[in-house]
Design a protein around this ligand. Structure first.
Ligand SMILES: *Cc1c(COP(=O)(O)O)cnc(C)c1O
Length: 362
């Protein structure tokens, strides 16, 4: 097998020790004689996996005790609808504020429109989402059901460095592409959710972290599997969950703990992204998409002088074992997704490739 570095945005690379462990246990989970995906979601062995994953997440994130950790079907996109269904009814006017900071942020507000009165708090569309927009904190009035942000904008490679202070209005964040990549104060949030396929595990599921007092407001028509209150009551086992995703996530969390936890991985993530931004900043050849003050440490998006050169870059990078660097179809260019599992060696290989490519093609 020839080794490649996988810079894909999601589903993304997983830590190699996690995949080896899955392979080892695949045919015989802990002496049961069956695979982990062959046992009931209600078997005590599986419930232990689920509860271990929740406990590990709590330990690694530092999320306070008055928050529940749920596994919900449908990835991040399904939560775009689940959120207003669960939270809009907190206030009679069903006013929901959305920050428009990129493609997923726009989809989140679009989906929410079916279930609440969406207002755009601020948008960076004018500068093609190269930054987090300025806003007036006076908009966070008590009659607002919740405020929604996208913590890290996966396509453009921007992130919130300082989260908005929303007072008594619950702050909700889509952290799909940055969950557990940096230390954050969970007590500032009402809900944090993340599709699992970037920093946690396989696709198709989301982790939802919700403050207890926000449960119990779901619209009466909320499908049972999207009702966070029901999920909490049933410990995320209202129906058959994606047992393989939960199992893999548990292994990823164990791996992260072995890496020294979130503080240690954040330092490494900062060092990894700094290496790529240094190459971009040292050259007029590469142009970063994100404004330097709003740069993501998870997704580094940039352009070359022409589309022809970008195509050549992708082709030669692929041949050099640097996989899936193509930017999102909406923006083109190059995007290096460097989530928690990406080793420094992968980033070093890309940085060197970028410097060589510039030398040979300018
Ligand atoms: C990838 C991504 C999504 C989409 O996740 P799905 O699980 O495919 O729905 C949503 N939001 C953000 C910020 C993402 O990076």
């Amino acid at each position: 097998m020839s080794k490649v570095y996988n810079f894909g945005a999601g589903p993304a690379m997983l830590p190699e020790p996690v995949m080896e462990k899955i392979q080892q246990e695949w045919l015989d989970y802990q002496g049961m004689g069956v695979s982990v995906i062959e046992i009931s979601h209600r078997a005590k062995e599986f419930v232990a996996i689920l509860e271990d994953a929740q406990a590990l997440f709590r330990e690694l994130s530092g999320v306070p005790d008055n928050y529940r950790i749920l596994f919900i079907h449908g990835g991040a996109r399904m939560q775009f609808s689940a959120l207003p269904l669960n939270l809009a009814g907190r206030k009679s006017g069903k006013r929901c504020l959305y920050f428009e900071t990129g493609n997923f942020a726009k989809l989140a507000s679009k989906d929410a429109k079916e279930f609440c009165n969406v207002e755009i708090a601020a948008s960076s569309a004018e500068t093609n989402y190269d930054r987090i927009p300025e806003y007036d904190p006076a908009i966070f009035t008590d009659d607002v059901s919740y405020v929604h942000i996208t913590g890290n904008n996966t396509i453009y490679g921007t992130r919130w460095n300082q989260f908005p202070e929303t007072g008594d209005v619950p702050l909700v964040a889509d952290m799909t592409s940055e969950i557990l990549s940096r230390q954050i104060d969970y007590s500032k949030f009402g809900v944090i959710y993340a599709g699992m396929q970037k920093n946690l595990g396989p696709s198709g599921m989301a982790m939802v972290i919700i403050r207890e007092d926000l449960l119990g407001h779901a619209d009466a028509k909320t499908p049972i599997l999207l009702d966070y209150t029901a999920a909490n009551k049933d410990n995320s086992l209202t129906n058959t969950t994606n047992t393989f995703a939960v199992y893999t996530t548990k292994l990823v969390l164990e791996w992260l703990k072995g890496q020294g936890g979130v503080a240690a991985i954040e330092k490494r993530n900062e060092a990894k992204s700094a290496k790529l931004y240094a190459v971009i900043d040292a050259s007029d050849y590469y142009r970063g998409v994100a404004h330097p003050e709003h740069r993501s440490i998870m997704n580094v998006s940039f352009n070359l002088p022409s589309e022809e050169l970008e195509a050549k870059f992708l082709k030669e990078a692929g041949a050099a074992g640097l996989y899936a660097l193509k930017g999102h179809r909406n923006v083109g260019g190059i995007r290096a997704s460097i989530y928690n599992p990406m080793p420094m060696a992968g980033v070093d290989a890309l940085a060197t490739f970028m410097q060589e490519f510039e030398k040979n093609n300018s």
